[in-house]
Write a protein that binds this ligand. Structure first.
Ligand SMILES: [Zn+2]
Length: 268
């Protein structure tokens, strides 16, 4: 599933390609991917310049002249770019045509969505999603987490996945962040010290930045898969030896999610 890192990678790659370029034509091959009425969507996007590409949580945003085009990949959506005369794949549901290339939105599982909104509705759109702070927001401090966590006698892993506290942490990243912070995924969030909360914040940045360096774990706009999987310390390493202490990595369930941890490094 595309997570924050994958969306951020797409944002960075697309920025170099489409900022300042005009969308000459758009084809919608499946109406349900587009939230707006199809003809209105096409009219709102055609002939518009891309002024900027942004990300908020797992949403990707194209700033157009007078609108925002907002995209959520959900389970398997992604963009890739090709020559402008390239063949349209059966799972390409929306194709944007620029001067000399085309940008294909591909989504075999059909869960993704795109939507055009007016510029004045932008803040409200994200307010309604109740997103927490971004990992690199300066307001993300140990005091912020202490305040949020004290209301929840809940296992820390579940709260890291709660998008209303820190936005963008998915299952892979929660396991890696807790390993680096030496915190057991079943530890109760309201009992974690401020120093440990600070290490969660620091390690969230470290893990995201390392993953961004390797372009995540997912196929990117050039079709090449990111290589961060090779660098995972605990996630998907059940039965293998911990790189730090040599103990065997275990897999358990926390909430409904498969969770990997080292019993040596992440004691209760
Ligand atoms: Zn270990």
């Amino acid at each position: 599933m595309p997570e924050l890192v994958e969306v951020e990678t797409t944002k960075r790659d697309l920025s170099k390609l489409i900022i300042g370029r005009r969308i000459n034509k758009v084809e919608v091959y499946l109406d349900k991917i587009v939230y707006n009425e199809k003809q209105k969507f096409i009219k709102d996007v055609t002939g518009k310049d891309v002024l900027d590409v942004k990300r908020r949580g797992k949403w990707l945003i194209f700033e157009l002249n007078d609108k925002y085009l907002i995209i959520h990949f959900r389970m398997e959506g992604r963009f890739y770019y090709l020559d402008k005369n390239a063949k349209v794949d059966k799972h390409d549901y929306v194709v944007f045509y620029f001067d000399n290339f085309s940008l294909h939105y591909n989504d075999p599982r059909l869960f993704g969505k795109m939507q055009v909104i007016n510029k004045e509705d932008y803040d409200k759109f994200f307010m309604d999603k109740k997103l927490g702070l971004e990992y690199d927001d300066t307001r993300l401090t140990s005091s912020y987490l202490k305040e949020k966590f004290k209301k929840h006698h809940t296992q820390i892993k579940k709260l890291l996945l709660d998008q209303s506290i820190i936005t963008g942490i998915g299952n892979i990243y929660a396991d890696e962040i807790l390993f680096k912070s030496k915190i057991n995924p079943k530890a109760y969030a309201d009992k974690i010290s401020k120093n440990k909360l600070q290490s969660i914040i620091d390690n969230t940045k470290l893990v995201f930045e390392e993953s961004l360096k390797h372009k995540g774990t997912y196929p990117n706009i050039d079709g090449k898969r990111g290589t961060f999987e090779k660098y995972l310390k605990v996630h998907m390493r059940e039965g293998k030896a911990c790189y730090v202490c040599g103990k065997t990595i275990l897999k358990i369930k926390v909430g409904s999610r498969g969770t990997y941890y080292c019993p040596g490094c992440q004691k209760m």
